[in-house]
Design a protein around this ligand. Sequence first.
Ligand code: AMP
Length: 295
Amino acid sequence: MEIVKTAKEVRDCVKEWKKQGLSIGFVPTMGYLHEGHGSLIKEAGALCHKVVVSIFVNPMQFGENEDFGSYPRDLERDAAFCREMGADLIFAPDAEEMYTEGFCSYVDMEGLTRELCGKSRPGHFRGVCTVVCKLFNIVTPDKAFFGQKDGQQLAVIRRMTVDLNLDIEIVGCPIVREPDGLAKSSRNTYLSREERKAALALSRTIEFGRELVRRGITDPKELTFAMKKNIEKEPLANIDYVEAVLMDTIEKTDRIKENVLVAMAVYVGKTRLIDNFIVGKADLPGDWQEENREC
Ligand code: AMP
């Protein structure tokens, strides 16, 4: 496994692989890797001949008062992890390589970025779309792998590949959790011991919400209200949002049904954590499915 820092080195390597008829899987990350990233790398390895992982803490997707400066970084540890997971190439550029002098072209998405994290983090998805589009152009993968952990991001990237005619299949992968339920995140390292316990309010509320859906709740307002009340029991938790939207368009929905994304962002102390679930057929009560067969 090689670690390279320039777009040219990635291109040369990928060109060589393509000449040999090999397919390329790509996993974009911000590093400080954990088993969530690991699951994407493994899935990429299962579906493609070669796996490229990018590690880049992208300044453009952080707001002014966010954690760009303190975001955890450890390339050596990440490299060992990628090797273990079976990656073939790490692309770890610095900001100057990605944003050369005079940079002024952006990918800006409208509709899907209005709600949820797009609302609380203005400019975030402009940064995400711009960097992912650039990375796609550098790596030219056949498939790219994204976690459902960032549910809105997954929908946004899918939309971007359609809108911009990018010939890349986007593969969504399930959320990987700690044994006690907390969704794995590089940001979990910010949590004190007390906050780490309090952070379970998120995953517990995800399970609670899913259970309410299974019991037949269909009104999104009722669902998100009950979930908020559940989070509020934890004094260290501060809700940014709890919303139910359609997964494909990130538009508000007036009914809980299949493929609704129920997503939350919650501050635990100063750390902003996200979690979600997507309503599947199996979550909907049988008679409800029956009633709505025609819809
Ligand atoms: P990040 O390094 O946080 O930007 O994440 C890089 C990729 O890993 C994104 O596609 C995330 O959705 C995915 N990811 C992060 N945490 C998890 C997790 N707990 N389970 C599955 N995928 C994850």
